[in-house]
Design a protein around this ligand. Structure first.
Ligand code: ADP
Ligand code: GLC
Length: 485
């Protein structure tokens, strides 16, 4: 049994902007089920304080860089026995809005102070100096918001082994020298072999330089970030870590209870591989929910996404527009929020094709399940994708993913080539170039195959039979923890 402190800035179902929240719940749950003493720490955002019923203060501590004492609260992750700590500093976290930004006005200006404080609290817990009488063997940090924690404890003798997981290298927490000064960090950190990065401070580098081991969320992304194209200037450091055997890619899994079409209470009709015909009830209900004509023979394309460049939203819009223009028998339904120009472009597409396109701008957990269940295919033409969870949910729901061949998408979807179909391995559709033309071409193949129900059904069965639950991946994390301690 290992004692693990798992630090993250989001956790489902309490606070979520993307897949990090899903992983920060489902991986600790899987590790806890395998007998580990794993405890999660997140900031005590207002939304978390409002939705947790049982919550108590277990420590009051003083952290460097902030003049007031802060509290460590304790609760459990909803519907589990996994202990949850929350850093309660009202000035930093108890406010309306998202974890990183106000509704529409960009990032909170004091994010560096907020996440430096969070990292300092994580560091205190990691070395058992928060008065909790619990010394973890492993500190597992996730993404830049927790990046300073491994740096802060690196030189201490009584520290746990540290793992830092990159969920997305595109977000690094880069700030100016002034910000660095205001955070009152050790001056020795201002060095290219520490967290200084081309005259900026980088929270992410705290994790990359100081953690004993770096992981990222798929084997292909682990290779990609060692290249100029995906490395954002960190490819040299990451290549070195890979050569040292200190960088590995471990695929994310999915919560097999949460994302299970047989038990999904959000659906109008639950289904399994045996009763996959009920998928059409979900399709009709979804078309109805979006105000589109209920037609079973039209290819219904689903898209759920943060609306940002990473996700290739512009590629989707351009390719789908061209197909709609040429009268292809498709419908598109979208759920997402993000950059306003993408929201606007989706609304315009809907206005042009009101009986072919449905758009819901916003965040809606239940609807995301109904799209996974009701759509025929799921669109994910990401420019890069560290792992991606929606294609995994799609496989489970028999909704064939259409993906660009990158990162975790490359590792989890098997393309419908003739050979793969013959070998009964195909689970979706892959294309290479980040262009509307490449996607349009692939969609042409998809539309053709959709007319061939036997082949389609076989692919659905193969997709639904894939096992992307946490079993295998949680074991890989556990093996890593063992190796490090
Ligand atoms: P990323 O973390 O880069 O956004 P992932 O595919 O790993 O991508 O995870 C996205 C997660 O967020 C999935 O659980 C997806 O269902 C969810 N999601 C994204 N946008 C929305 C939305 N508008 N409404 C509901 N869920 C959403
Ligand atoms: C990030 C990535 C996504 C990944 C998720 C969880 O948000 O963009 O690909 O699935 O983290 O690891």
């Amino acid at each position: 049994m290992r004692k693990i402190l798992f630090a993250s800035s989001e956790v489902h179902p309490l606070i979520k902007t993307g897949g990090l929240a899903d992983v920060s719940a489902s991986l600790p749950i899987a590790l806890s089920e395998s007998g580990q003493d794993i405890r999660i720490i997140i900031p005590a955002y207002r939304r978390c304080l409002e939705s947790l019923t049982e919550i108590r203060t277990v420590a009051t501590i003083k952290l460097d860089g902030y003049h007031k004492p802060v509290e460590i609260l304790q609760s459990t992750l909803p519907d589990t026995n996994v202990p949850l700590y929350l850093l309660h500093s009202p000035e930093h976290f108890d406010r309306e809005g998202g974890p990183y930004s106000q509704a529409k006005d960009g990032d909170w200006e004091d994010n560096p102070a907020r996440f430096a404080l969070f990292s300092r609290a994580i560091a205190k817990l990691a070395i058992n100096e928060a008065g909790l009488d619990w010394q973890p063997d492993i500190l597992h940090c996730n993404d830049w918001q927790t990046g300073l924690a491994p740096a802060l404890i690196a030189d201490l003798e009584n520290r746990p082994a540290t793992v830092f997981t990159i969920h997305n290298l595109a977000y690094q927490g880069l700030y100016s020298r002034d910000v660095f000064d205001a955070l009152d960090l050790p001056e020795s950190f201002w060095h290219s072999e520490s967290i200084e990065f081309y005259d900026l401070m980088s929270f992410m580098k705290g994790g990359l330089i100081y953690a004993d081991h770096i992981t990222t969320v798929s084997p292909t992304y682990a290779r990609e970030i060692c290249s100029y194209e995906f490395g954002y200037g960190l490819e040299g450091l990451l290549t070195l870590r890979a050569q040292q055997g200190r960088l590995t890619g471990i695929l994310n899994g999915i919560d097999k209870h949460e994302w299970n079409p047989e038990q999904d209470h959000y659906l109008v009709k639950k289904f399994s591989a045996k009763t996959v015909r009920y998928k059409s009830d979900n399709k009709a209900a979804l078309q109805n929910e979006y105000g589109l004509p209920q037609k079973d023979d039209v290819l219904l394309i689903g898209l759920i996404s943060r609306l940002v460049s990473q996700k290739g939203i512009d590629i989707s819009i351009a390719a789908i527009s061209r197909l709609l223009h040429s009268n292809a028998t498709i419908q598109l339904i979208c759920l997402g929020s993000g950059e306003s120009h993408y929201e606007q472009d989706l609304r315009i597409l809907r206005a042009h094709y009101p009986d072919k396109v449905g758009v819901h701008i916003g965040y809606d957990e239940g609807l995301s399940h109904r799209i996974e269940a009701g759509a025929d295919v799921f669109l994910m033409p990401s420019r890069f994708e560290p792992c991606g969870l929606n294609q995994l949910y799609s496989l489970r729901y028999g909704t064939l993913p259409i993906v660009r061949n990158t990162g975790g998408l490359a590792d989890t979807v098997v393309d419908a080539t003739e050979q793969n179909r013959k070998d009964e391995l195909a689970t979706g559709f892959k294309f290479e170039a980040s262009t509307p033309q490449a996607l349009e071409h692939t969609l042409g193949t998809v539309i053709d195959l959709f007319q061939r129900p036997r082949i389609w059904r076989k692919m659905m069965m193969t997709a639904m039979a894939q096992d992307y639950s946490w079993n295998k991946s949680a074991e890989m994390y556990l093996a890593l923890y063992h190796k490090l301690t």
